[in-house]
Write a protein that binds this ligand. Structure first.
Ligand SMILES: [Zn+2]
Ligand SMILES: [Zn+2]
Ligand SMILES: [Zn+2]
Length: 461
């Protein structure tokens, strides 16, 4: 973003609007025209109703992820609104200008580093918009019925966004704000599409019909009305008391049901939750309770954006770390080996064929698959292993207290995880694992950077 002395450039997508004194306006017919241009844009205004897929494309472009994007006509879908900064009136450019000035001054405070990870991106997005909260949007086509469009977009995953958000909450980056809904999900598959049916408490069948019943006050007997009728009068078949006055001698239970299969008669059926996705039957109390909340940036998250926290000290064991931290830690371990020789291993994991996979099944599903694999690798890692994601296809690991002998079972475990995936196109994908057992395989004078370069060289083409 440029400073305030320069004219602010507004990209208008849709119908052209008049220039104003404060702004230079550039009109684009559609998103692709804007994405293909190299124009420097300060903010974007849609003068036609924005489309969700177009907004996703726009936000996915690093230039526009954090950019202010307004609309003059309401988007048709709520999920589109979630990716935008709200409505503006063309007659009120001044409000837009104020908004932009505010964001722009915030921009200048944020360190504009490259290579931010997705959580840092989300933190920046939220920090730039102090009033914005991540909001759930109802989507009945999804297993959990609610989606978080911005979180999906930034994390690049659709399957485990709630897991990602939970992690950000437990890392104190986000706060779960006001509760929007409380879902009940299938215990077996996690889906929220459930049907609740009354069933017979005796045989479990659902074929029940209501029946008029009588409750005898004298003995407490409850049964269908016709069993109480004798010679045209009412009397209890159990204690033989004549039932004359309703409310005094007897009453009628409100809901009485008869099972048409086993003829059992009962006041209330047993409610069973039937999962429409996986057909699992379960008691309602066994369903998973799943809160749906707004999320906002925590104090800690705000400080993180402003760079006032030492991110290195703030890491939790087992989390991914930056390359800088990875080198620092490796050098530290190398230093230790010179004192008392505790061996350790460096590992490079490289997913080969990612592009072929993406061509076959699409960019996003391919990225999801890699995330799922990374997650499974994490689950078999020790919490003391250090992991660093070098690029889309390469991970580095530092395994403390591991020697050349110890590395083989770990490699085998990882290969077996790869063999387990059953996604179409996954045959294009293979995993290469290369390692260096240290200090044995260290050449004189090699430090972490050189070692990692050598490791990747071996793993290179
Ligand atoms: Zn029954
Ligand atoms: Zn009775
Ligand atoms: Zn289910």
């Amino acid at each position: 973003m440029k400073d305030l002395k320069h004219p602010v450039v507004i990209a208008v997508i849709g119908n052209p609007v008049k220039n104003s004194k404060e702004f230079k306006v550039q009109t684009y017919k559609g998103v692709s025209e804007l994405l293909n241009s190299t124009d420097n844009i300060d903010l974007i205004v849609w003068t036609k109703s924005p489309d969700y897929d177009d907004m996703v494309l726009l936000r996915r472009d690093a230039r526009f992820l954090l950019c202010l994007i307004f609309y003059t006509h309401d988007p048709r879908e709520d999920r589109t609104k979630e990716l935008m900064d709200g409505v503006i009136q063309l007659s009120d450019w001044y409000a837009t200008w104020q908004e932009w000035k505010h964001l722009s001054s915030r921009y200048s405070k944020v360190a504009t580093e490259d290579g931010l990870n997705d959580r840092e991106m989300l933190a920046r997005y939220l920090w730039l918009r102090p009033n914005y909260k991540l909001s759930p949007v109802l989507d009945l086509t999804r297993p959990r019925l609610y989606i978080y469009p911005l979180a999906e977009l930034i994390s690049g995953t659709v399957h485990n966004v709630s897991g990602w958000l939970d992690q950000l909450v437990s890392d104190d980056l986000l706060i779960a704000d006001s509760l929007v809904d409380r879902m009940r999900l299938c215990r077996s598959c996690g889906d929220g599409h459930l049907n609740y049916v009354d069933t017979c408490p005796q045989c479990g069948d659902i074929d029940l019909e209501p029946e008029v019943a009588i409750h005898c006050f004298a003995c407490g007997h409850v049964a269908v009305q016709n069993t109480f009728v004798k010679n045209g009068r009412l009397s209890c078949p159990n204690c033989l008391t004549a039932l004359r006055h309703i409310g005094v001698d007897y009453d009628r239970p409100l809901e009485s049901l008869r099972c048409k299969v086993c003829q059992a008669f009962f006041v209330e059926g047993e409610v069973v939750a039937h999962c429409l996705a996986c057909s699992h039957h379960q008691k309602p109390e066994d369903l998973r309770i799943f809160p749906i909340s707004h999320y906002r940036l925590s104090k800690h998250g705000q400080q993180l954006v402003l760079g006032r926290l030492d991110k290195h000290l703030d890491m939790h064991l087992g989390e991914e770390i930056s390359l800088k931290h990875f080198h620092w830690q490796t050098n530290w371990c190398l230093g230790l080996t010179e004192r008392n020789d505790p061996s350790f291993c460096l590992l490079a994991l490289r997913f080969k064929g990612l592009q072929n996979l993406a061509d076959e099944i699409g960019e996003a599903p391919a990225a999801d698959l890699i995330d799922t694999l990374a997650e499974r690798f994490r689950s078999v890692s020790r919490s003391t292993d250090l992991v660093c994601r070098l690029d889309d296809e390469t991970y580095l690991k530092l395994l403390p207290s591991t020697n050349a002998m110890g590395i083989n079972p770990i490699k085998k475990q990882m290969i077996s995880i790869m063999d387990l995936i059953e996604v179409t196109g996954s045959e294009h994908l293979s995993l290469e694992i290369h390692h260096l057992a240290l200090p044995d395989e260290r050449l004189s004078g090699e430090d972490s950077q050189v070692l990692v370069a050598r490791l990747l060289e071996v793993g290179g083409t």
